[in-house]
Design a protein around this ligand. Structure first.
Ligand code: IMP
Ligand code: MG
Length: 179
């Protein structure tokens, strides 16, 4: 694992090693397999952050999973309410499907709440959350995530898909901001 990394104006120290992440992913995959085998599950990985986690998780899944990548985009709608969120990239119907949303990190939960609202309207059979990281002290989301890699303190982290101003996603481990 690299020691301190510098991204833009900030420095980050090693936090969760590649080995620790990979071991935990195997455990998560076993848990998902036990819950979804025979259910034709559909995993939706949220871009950009979840790309690496989704790829590594998928190498271990035995429940014959389907995968789509989605992205939440906001645009200014024509209604007076202003901002409208939409999910782009969804090609399959979710109706009566068992859907698992794969995220990199749950912080306040605002993003996940938006995603849930958009997905619920498609009437899936079930909807659950699988996130590599969770900040339990700041999470106020309406839906309790069932599959979590690691719970962390409220601190800024990068690596393993997570970015600081679009850089740092390529790091195979997670790094924390040095204050
Ligand atoms: P939310 O507050 O749960 O809506 O978090 C939304 C998004 O903020 C996540 O999907 C990440 O893209 C980003 N984010 C939250 N915490 C961190 C962090 O520690 N590092 C990098 N990105 C973060
Ligand atoms: Mg994200």
């Amino acid at each position: 694992m690299r020691s301190v990394v510098h991204i833009h104006d900030l420095s980050f120290a090693p936090f969760i090693s590649e080995t620790t992440i990979q071991t935990r992913i195997q455990e998560l995959a076993s848990q998902l397999d036990a819950d979804y085998i025979g259910k034709d599950p559909l995993f939706l990985a949220v871009l950009n952050g979840a790309f690496m986690f989704a790829a590594d998780l998928f190498k271990h899944l035995k429940c014959q999973p389907e995968l789509s990548f989605v992205k939440v985009s906001s645009y200014v709608g024509t209604k007076s309410s202003g901002r409208v969120d939409e999910l782009i990239g969804l090609q399959t119907s979710l109706k009566n499907r068992h859907v698992i949303v794969i995220e990199d990190i749950l912080d306040t939960g605002v993003t996940m709440d938006k995603i849930f609202t958009l997905l619920e309207s498609e009437q899936p059979a079930s909807l659950s959350i699988c996130s590599m990281l969770l900040k339990p002290n700041s999470y106020k989301g309406k839906h309790q995530p069932k599959y979590i890699g690691f719970e962390i303190e409220d601190q800024f982290v990068v690596g393993y898909g997570l970015d600081y101003k679009e850089h740092g996603r390529e790091l195979p481990a997670v790094y924390q901001l040095i204050k």
